[in-house]
Design a protein around this ligand. Structure first.
Ligand code: AMP
Length: 438
């Protein structure tokens, strides 16, 4: 599957190549052809799945086909988002995809001065990314005119409802032309949201990424409690102890993956990293080295690994737990294929207990927590620990993905909140290793 085969314009394809997007993510592969054909879409997808391009590429494709009727440009596409951060992120992504198109893409959100936003409307805008409250302010002032909107996107719609934006969304929807294309993306579809979709959409097609149950039964799931600071030593310990040819290790950030690959090299383990900052040529070389056995360890971010033709592997290691449980499914889809046995090993720092709980809920099973001798964590893993904050740092460097809802973790204890944390046998205590450097 390639972006070319999805029917996007050459200017968009060029921008994608420049950004090293080699293959569409599953939601992109499903959504783009439907959206290009003009259908309304209900997309079940979270951040990190590539949903911005899933709606952004067809949207830009459509707008670029026809230029605005006159020099005074009113917005033709409106993207409603719950937060200022998402507004900025979506705007940046769309500007990247649309860099070879002559479209103005701008954002308005609360907490920023009105003046520059009013000026932006005066100069003309084609694609408007907005938080609902601020858009209402501009509608009331008469600066935002929505009568030319051809495409509406509701991004993270469940979160907008959670944040109390339903009345504002309805007011905005009432001002939009009826003859338009509507795309709604949400991680969950509760009844209020379904109702909204029924009212404001025309026979929407549904697209959903990763059915929940695509995990092979032949996979053994194991978790090792370990402090963040000791994860790398544990990784070296496990990989050196096992005689596996190839291991894929998932990290959360591009920077973290790079550094980890370098540190593994320093420890004598041939490793390569793939992530979004690497060029297509670099990624292909890394993958080739991994496939031919030149590199034993492939360190990857979730998005970089997606769509890559990685061979079946006996062992997948989650160095950092994924922020979104669904990514766990994608990650371990690399092992245990076609009835082969596979193992998914996760390193769980005490502060990552909440993330492990998410995964257990999705798997509908406990994951055995086995302490490796010499790597005992400084405190027990609390499965009812709050989830890491969307903007906060967990391990290394900044990261992009965040919890889909931004809701605090439920406070009640999960049924498996008191896991047995026993020692896994057979490992001679290796104590702490030094010399790998932090
Ligand atoms: P999103 O879910 O839209 O926030 O996207 C998550 C991350 O994946 C962003 O950093 C995108 O730039 C990146 N991304 C989206 N689609 C692709 C793709 N097809 N190939 C590589 N990276 C992608």
């Amino acid at each position: 599957m390639t972006f070319e085969s999805l029917g996007l314009s050459p200017a968009l394809l060029r921008a994608l190549t420049e950004q090293n997007y080699a293959t569409p993510t599953p939601i992109q592969a499903e959504a783009i052809p439907l959206a290009l054909a003009g259908h309304d879409l209900l997309g079940g997808a979270q951040t990190g799945t590539g949903k911005t391009a899933a709606f952004g590429l067809p949207l830009l494709n459509r707008l670029s086909k026809q230029t605005a009727a006159n020099g005074f440009r009113r917005p033709r596409a409106l993207i409603l988002v719950p937060t200022r951060e998402l507004a900025v992120q979506v705007t940046e992504s769309l500007r990247g995809y649309g860099k070879h198109l002559r479209l103005n893409i701008s954002a308005i959100f609360g907490g920023a001065g009105m003046g520059p936003q009013v000026e932006m409307f005066r100069r003309g805008v084609d694609v408007l990314v907005a938080t609902p409250g601020r858009l209402i302010d501009h509608m009331e002032r008469g600066t935002a005119k929505l009568d030319s909107i051809e495409i509406l996107v509701l991004d993270e719609a469940d979160r907008m409802l959670d944040m109390g934006f339903l009345p504002a969304m309805k007011r905005i929807l009432a001002k939009l032309p009826r003859d338009r294309q509507t795309m709604l993306f949400s991680a969950t579809f509760e009844s209020q949201l379904k109702q909204l979709a029924l009212e404001f959409m025309r026979e929407p097609r549904q697209v959903q990424v990763a059915a929940q149950n695509t995990i092979a039964e032949t996979i053994v799931h194991r978790a090792h409690p370990v402090d963040v600071a000791r994860k790398r030593d544990l990784l070296v310990d496990i990989i050196s102890r096992r005689h596996t040819d190839r291991v894929i290790v998932f990290g959360r950030t591009k920077h973290g993956c790079n550094r980890l690959a370098e540190q593994l090299e320093d420890s004598g383990l041939a490793a390569v990293a793939i992530h979004g900052n690497k060029s297509q040529a670099q990624r292909q070389k890394a993958l080739r080295d991994f496939k031919t056995g030149k590199a034993r360890v492939l360190v990857a971010t979730d998005v970089a690994a997606r769509g890559l033709d990685i061979p079946d592997l006996p062992l997948v290691i989650n160095y950092d737990l994924p922020m979104v449980a669904e990514d766990y499914v994608h990650r371990i889809g690399r092992t245990g294929r076609n009835g082969a046995s596979g193992e998914a090993v996760s390193f769980v720092a005490p502060e990552e207990g909440g993330l492990l709980r998410q995964i257990q809920r999705m798997l509908k099973a406990d994951v055995e927590l086995a302490v490796v001798e010499g790597f005992e964590p400084s405190r027990p893993i609390q499965l009812n620990a709050p989830l890491p904050k969307p903007g906060g740092r967990q391990n290394q460097g900044p990261r992009k993905s965040h919890r889909p809802h931004g809701k605090p973790a439920p406070r009640h204890a999960h049924a498996h909140a008191g896991p047995k944390q026993h020692r896994s046998g057979g490992h001679s205590g290796r104590g702490s290793r030094s010399g790998i450097g932090a």
